[in-house]
Design a protein around this ligand. Structure first.
Ligand SMILES: Cc1ncc(COP(=O)(O)O)c(C=O)c1O
Length: 396
């Protein structure tokens, strides 16, 4: 063992601990649900991305089990060798229809979809205009591409246009990339304006719809449907690991885009495909969403209700416009203490500090689910209030 190497890591861990930034990873002892058992304690769960409760649905689980019975537990290879099960092909077709695009390509995760798509599409000599609060997987993809990265101010179209003007005379592909719904703040990108500016400057638009699908648009079809921008966004990336309840990611767009990525995108060429269970479950999830928008409506009802209760207690829910509900605390140690206290009282909500969110804007992020009951939401809001009073975060 290299002692100096170990010491460097230990020192960094100590620094993180001292600054309230070290991560405590909890263990789920039961199915992920609106309430569940975490580290042996039954709690109301305000931390999962399980927006529509798909993870625990009997019919979705049955679909996954059936897929395992027919195809086994693993995919056994990368897509381009022999990992491309019939279920994946069917899921790609079904999702393409649902999203109203020509084609879809499944990835192993949203992270690999972002970090593996961007470097396939833009290269050294090209330009990427990236919202300053884009997700880490977009940032990784941008860095891997070796293109010049030009950040623009968060959700600020004037800032985007100003930056684009500076590079109007440059050759090469220009790509504008934005999250659809921002995962830490819960606000929505001004996509119609972004598309308009992007087109005017001859660039390509890419949006990450990770927190939009199952949440925004008709029956949860996502941000493009929400803004009626079908056919105008060049690259749509998404994850199946949030509202869709499984693990996986995808890219949606034209046949040409998908064929190109099949040949060029490294996670497609060098990492095994999604499991049969995930693909089988996705087929069912898309059917459920196509048939009814009941779950999406219940998700929004719960989000609106919870946000109003938290505001009435004096909490700051920042600029959230979606079921992602940040509760801004400021200091990262205080946010962590609040999360610990909430857990003791039977509520799990994760605190987040730097580098996940900017310094001074530490928060507890509450994730709402269609399956939360009003009793669970009332209990959670009351425990937030009680804990915040005890810690001196709120005065009344
Ligand atoms: C905006 C955004 N994009 C991509 C991802 C990655 O998705 P996945 O968990 O499927 O890798 C996340 C997950 O945190 C996200 O919030």
């Amino acid at each position: 063992m290299n002692g100096k190497f170990q010491e460097t890591m230990r020192a960094e861990l100590e620094r993180l601990e001292k600054e309230g930034l070290s991560l405590r990873i909890r263990t789920l002892d039961s199915e992920q649900g609106p309430a569940c058992t975490i580290d042996g304690k039954y709690v109301v769960n305000l931390a999962a991305n399980n927006y529509l409760g798909m993870i625990g649905r009997k019919d979705v689980k049955e679909a996954a089990k059936k897929a395992i019975d027919e195809f086994g537990v693993g995919s056994g290879a990368v897509k381009t060798i022999i990992g491309n099960t019939r279920l994946i092909v069917e899921a790609e077709k079904k999702l393409a229809k649902f999203k109203d695009v020509e084609d879809v390509l499944m990835y192993q995760a949203g992270l690999t979809a972002n970090s593996g798509t961007i470097p396939a599409l833009v290269h050294d000599g090209d330009l990427i205009f990236s919202d300053e609060l884009n997700h880490a997987s977009i940032i990784d993809g941008c860095r891997l591409s070796r293109a010049k990265i030009v950040p623009f101010k968060h959700c600020d179209v004037a800032s985007l246009e100003e930056k684009m003007k500076e590079y109007d005379n440059e050759a090469g592909t220009k790509m504008v990339i934005t999250d659809g719904v921002f995962s830490m703040d819960g606000d929505i990108a001004p996509l119609p304006d972004i598309v308009e500016v992007t087109k005017r400057h001859g660039a390509v638009t890419m949006v990450d719809d990770a927190h939009g699908e199952g949440v925004l648009g008709d029956h949860g079809r996502g941000i493009v449907n929400h803004f009626h921008l079908e056919g105008q966004v060049d690259v749509e990336v998404g994850t199946l690991s949030k509202a869709f309840g499984v693990v996986g990611g995808y890219v949606a767009g034209t046949h040409t885009l998908v064929e190109y990525l099949k040949n060029k995108s490294r996670p497609i060429l060098f990492s095994s495909t999604m499991t049969p269970a995930d693909a089988g479950a996705i087929l069912k999830v898309v059917d459920i969403l196509t048939e009814s928008d009941d779950l999406v409506r219940r998700l929004w009802e719960n989000a609106t209700y919870f946000k109003a209760r938290m505001k009435s207690y004096g909490f700051d829910t920042w600029r959230s416009e979606t079921p992602i509900t940040p509760i801004i605390i400021g200091d990262s140690q205080l946010a962590k203490n609040l999360s610990v206290k909430l857990f003791e009282k039977g509520v799990f909500a994760q605190s987040l500090g730097f580098p996940t969110v900017p310094t001074g804007l530490a928060r507890i992020r509450c994730m709402l689910c269609s399956a939360h009951t009003k009793e669970q939401l009332n209990f959670a809001a009351d425990m937030f209030h009680e804990s915040a009073l005890e810690l001196g975060i709120l005065k009344t």
